[in-house]
Design a protein around this ligand. Structure first.
Ligand code: ADE
Ligand code: ZN
Length: 343
């Protein structure tokens, strides 16, 4: 397929995004608009100056800017605008399903109530389903540099919204904060029937991925480092535990030196259920289709690889079996139409 056709094919194929932090989708212009709206001072003079600061040494150096950006989000309408802006942008990449992270502690510790955040985000989900045909689900993250006690306090605070929360996650600075630090917390989440997903193996080792699996994570967010432990790869493959891989994030946070050295294809070849995602697209320079396009070029992915990744994104999602079947049929139709167009 000629390059331009392959790019269009990638952008247009129906897909799900399973690893995207709502706070990480705030474009510089929106950050400035919300700073003005809420009289919050920013340390940059213009959106261009802010964007110019997006050079990161590692995860920690990124998280400092990411958390600074959270300070502009204060009112229900801000969370609505943020969420709607992401969902509109994702729709341009033919995202039909978006399962989105939110690190609520960043807001509650700024004095914003859980209700303010949830009302804004969930109103946008409802409008996006109606207006854009995108179904969205929310995953609330406990921040791993905070205590397990703080995670339990978060669980208490979100109690009234649990029916609308698809999973509980673990995010933030990985090194020195292994999943096992939250063993009791995740045991409680599981006992209460909540799904658990855990960021592991981004900067951390394969041992962190193993811990995440042992704590009952139904998806591993990132998971790159599992390749260092062949037995672990086998377990993940046998159990069909998905990895939500984020290639441009890995490049920007220097988890990989170059995209052509990214483990995406090796993970796929090892028989793992791999998906491609954008993580924090406004900071890392690419939404989901750009992640796929850049990987296609760097790793010479075939059209069949792209179709596998699109199928995996729905299979690994928390949609119902019926919704998954419908989404997979839609991919089949898309591929057939493309084949007809090419022939
Ligand atoms: N929060 C936002 N982006 C993250 C990442 N890449 N890893 C861990 N926590 C995050
Ligand atoms: Zn992430």
């Amino acid at each position: 397929m000629p390059r331009i056709d392959l790019e269009n094919f990638i952008t247009g194929i129906p897909k799900a995004e399973l690893h995207m932090h709502l706070e990480g989708s705030i474009e510089a212009e929106l950050m400035f608009e919300l700073a003005r709206r809420n009289s919050v001072a920013l340390q940059w003079d213009t959106p261009e100056a802010l964007r110019a600061a997006y050079h990161f040494q590692d995860l920690q150096s990124f998280l400092e800017i990411f958390w600074a950006g959270c300070a502009v989000l204060r009112q229900e309408q801000d969370f609505y605008d943020l969420t709607m802006a992401y969902l509109r942008r994702a729709r341009q990449d033919n995202v039909r399903r978006a399962e989105l992270f939110l690190g609520l502690q960043s807001f509650t510790l700024n004095g914003v109530s859980v209700k303010t955040v949830m009302d804004g985000v969930l109103r946008a989900f409802d409008d996006a389903a109606r207006e854009l045909g995108v179904s969205a689900a929310l995953m609330v993250i406990a921040q791993r540099h905070r205590s397990e006690e703080a995670a339990f306090a978060l669980l208490d605070a979100i109690e009234p919204w649990l029916p609308r929360i698809a999973a509980i996650g673990l995010g933030g600075p990985e090194l020195g904060n292994p999943p096992s630090k939250f063993a009791e917390f995740f045991r409680t989440c599981k006992q209460r029937g909540l799904r658990v997903v855990i960021h592991a193996g981004e900067e951390g080792s394969a041992a962190y991925v193993r811990e995440a699996l042992q704590l009952g994570a139904v998806r591993i967010d990132h998971g790159n480092a599992c390749l260092d432990d062949p037995d672990l790869v086998q377990e993940l493959a046998t159990q069909g535990v998905p990895l939500t891989v984020c290639p441009l994030s890995n490049l920007k946070l220097r988890v990989v030196a170059d995209l052509d050295r990214h483990p995406l294809k090796r993970l796929m070849d090892a028989g793992l259920m791999v998906t491609v995602n954008s993580d924090d697209p406004s900071y890392f320079g690419g939404y989901i289709a750009e992640n796929l396009v850049e990987c296609q070029r760097a790793l010479d992915l075939s059209p069949a690889d792209i179709i596998t990744l699109a199928r995996n994104s729905f299979i690994a999602s928390f949609m119902s079996a019926h919704e998954k079947a419908a989404a997979l049929e839609e991919i089949d139709r898309y591929v057939q139409e493309h084949a007809r167009g090419a022939g």
